[in-house]
Write a protein that binds this ligand. Sequence first.
Ligand code: 26Q
Length: 822
Amino acid sequence: TSAKKLTEVSIDKKDFKQAVIRHLHSTLGTDENKANNHAWWKATCAAMQEQVLEGLRKTQKTHYLNDTRAVHYLSAEFLMGRLLSNNLQNFGLFEVAQGALKELGVELSDVLEEEPDMALGNGGLGRLAACFIDSLATMELPAIGYGIHYEHGLFRQEIHGGAQIERPDSWRDYGNPWEICRPESIQEVSLYGYVETKYGDNGRIHKEWHPGAIVKGVPWDIPIVGYGGNTVNVLRLWQSQSSGYFNWDVFNAGGYVDAQRENVLAETISKVLYPNDETEAGKELRLIQQYFFSSCSLKDIIRRYKRAHGDDWSRFADQVVIQLNDTHPAIAIPELMRILVDRAELDWDSAWNICTNVFAYTNHTLLPEALEKWPARMFEKILPRHLEIIYEINHRFMALVDKQWPNDNAMKARLSIIEEGNEKMVRMGHLSVIGSFAVNGVAEIHSRLVKQNLFPEFDQLWPGKLTNVTNGITPRRWLKACNPELSKLIDKKIGSDWPMDLDKLQGLAKHADNKTFQKQFMKVKQANKQALADEIKQSMGIDVDVNAIFDVQIKRLHEYKRQHLNLLHIMALYRRLLEDPDYDMHPRVFIFGAKAAPGYKLAKDIIFAINKVADKVNNDPRVNNKLKVVFMPNYRVSLAEKMIPATDVSEQISTAGKEASGTGNMKLALNGAVTIGTLDGANIEIAEEVGDDNIVIFGMTVEEVEALKASGYNPYDYYYNDAEIKAVLDWLETDYFTPGQPGALVSIKQSLLEGGDPYMVLADYQAYSEAHKVIDAAYRDKERWARMAIINTAKMGKFTSDRSIRDYVEKIWKLESCKVES
Ligand code: 26Q
C-alpha cells in the first residue's frame, strides 16, 4: 500500500538501511554477518527511534510554546502489544523498512516477531487506554498517558495437560528499545506514618503528615506516534525505587539488614501487574501501587504547570484535565486536595473547586465484585492524611445530601463514601463521582445502567454529570497493520484515507453484492485463515480445514462472558454427530483464547474442560472432521492480531447487562467477522450499525434477565426439561473426556445447577443453539455470507477510537488540537 501521504517521508530506503547497519555496529556491537533476528529487530527499532525522537522533541517544544491545555490519562494498565510495526506504519515507513531489510537479506515480518508484547494490562480496560493514546496522537491532541512501569506484565500462560500454568512475563529482559529513562523528573512519594495537627496564630489548623517511608518514582517515557500526523506524545510509566528513607523510630529499632528489606519493599511496588480483572483483591500492595503512580503523576503534572504559571493556581483547571481510567487512580482526588490544602495552603473550598473541575471518571463495570472498596483501617495505615481528607470530603457531601433529601438516613448511608458495617470501607466509585465533573460509561446500554442502577441518586443530584462515551478501537492496528491484504483491497476500492476517517468504509457497502468484490474479499479471508491454520499446526500440531467456519471467542475467561455456554454447545454438536453421523452441519472450528485470573478456580476449570473436550473431539474419527476445537495458549495482543483477520464468526455471548462494552467485538466485525451475540454492551450499537440481517442476536435482554431473576430463576427447570442440556451436563460428570479421572469436570455442572447458574447460561442455551443454526445456514450460502462479511467491515466506522476521543473532547475534555510542523 502507499505510504502515508500526509507528511513527507522523512527518510528513504537507503538512509534507513544505513541507519540499521550503523545501529547494528555501534549500538549492538555486532555486524551484518553475525546478527540474528533479535539483533536485526533491535537495530531496526533503533533506526526507527531516531525518527520518533525527532518527532517527540518537536511535539514537546510546540506544546510548551503554545501553553496548550492537555488531557492526562491516568491508567493502572496500558496494554500496548508490539510497537515496531505500529511505529513504522504510523510514520509511513513500513515499506521503506521492508525494502531496506530485504536488501540486507532479512524479512521484516520475521524481525517483527522478535518483539515481546508490552503486556502491562489485563484486557479491555488496558487495551482501551492503548487505543486512546494512539488516537490522541493521531488527532494531534496534547495528551500524556500515566501508568506503572511494571517489571512483569500479565503472566505468560502455558497449558500443561489441559490446565493453565502461569509463568512470569519478562518483557524487558533483553532491554526495551522504545523507553527512555528520565532521572531528571524523579518524584518522591510518602507512605505510612502519622498526621500532626498544628494550630497556627490566626486560628488556622494545619495538618502535617510525617511519613514513615518515602519511595522514589522513576519515569520511563514511551513515545506514542500518531498516524500520519507529526505529533509524538508520551506514555510516562513510573518505576518504584528505594529512596533509602524509612523511619525506623516509628516502627522499630531496625538496622542495616532490616533497611535492606525495606529497599526490597520499595522496589516491590512496581514489580508485578495484578492479574485479577473484574475482582477487587483488597491487597495492601495494590493500594500502594495505585497511590504510587497517581501521586507521581500528579506531582509531574503540577511541576509542568508551575514551570509555566508559577504559584498561580487560578489557571490550573484551564490547563489540566485528568481522566481516571476506572477507580484505580481515584486516590489522585484526595492527593490533589492534600497538595492544595496542606502544601499550597489554599482554603478548602478553593481547592475543592479546582479538584472538581479537573477530574473526570470512566466507569468500566457494574459487577458488584469489581467495584473497588478499601478497608478504612488499611487506608489509615498507609495514607493517614488521605483518609482524613476523604472524611472531610464526605462530611461536606453529607451536608449536601441532607439539603437535597432532609433527614433521610438511608439515603445518606447509600451515598456515603464510607460504607458502614462490620468493617468500615472506602468506596472508590463514590469518591470518584463526587470528586469529578464528568462520569462516563463505555457503551449506551452500560451508561444507561450506570445512571439507572449504579448511581441513580448521583444522577438526580447532578443532572448531566453522568454521560456516555462509547468505546472504540484504533483501525491503524486493528485493520491496517494486522490485516494488510484486506487493507490493500480496501485501498483499491475506496482509496487509502479510511484509517483516519473510518466512516469512509461505508463506501464498501455498495460493492457488497458485487460477485467479483465478494470473491476478492473472501479470498483475503481464506488466506488469513490459512495463515492461522499454519500457526495452529505449527504451535499445537492440530490440522484444521480452512473451508470450515472459523468460530472464535477471544477474551479474558469469566463466567459472565460465558465461555462455558460456548463449550456446552460444542459438546452438544459433538453428541449430535455421534448420534447421527450424517448430522447436517458445515464443518466448524471453534477457537478460543483466554487467560484466567490465577485464583479464579472455576475459570481455570473451564479452560481445563475446553482442552479436554478438544482432545477428545479432535481425535475422534467419528466426527469426520466436521468439528474441531482449538484452545490457543497465551492469548495476547500479538496473537489477537493473527486471529482476528482469520475469523468468520465472533462470539460475544455475555449475559445481558454484564459486559460494559467489549472492544474485541468491534475488532472482529471490522475484519469482516459476523457476530453471534447477546443484546449487551456495544453489541447493541454494532447491531444498529450493521443491521439485523448482518448479525445474529440471541438470548434474553437486560429486562428479561432482571425479570427472570426476580421471578426466581431455577436452572433445574432447564436441566429437567431439555434433554440435550441434561445429557451434556451429565456427560461432564463421567470420565468420558478425562479418562481415569471421573468428576474432573464436575465443577462446571455444579455451578450451573447447585450453584444457581448466576449468569443464566442454561436460560439462554436454547436460543444460542438456534442462533448457531442460523449462522450455519448463512455460511453455506456463500454469496450471502460474503455480503454479510463485507457489510460488517463497511459499517464499523462508528467504532474507531478517533470517534471516542472526539466525543471525550467535545463532552468532557474541551481540548483543542495543536499542529506540530514536520
Ligand atoms: C482491581 C482491583 C485490584 C486488582 C485488579 C483490579 C482490576 C484490574 C483490571 C479490575 C478491573 C480490571 C479491568 C477491567 C476491564 O478490563 N473492564 C473492561 O473494560 C473494557 C473497556 O471499557 C470494556 O470494554 C469491558 O466490557 C470491560 O469488562
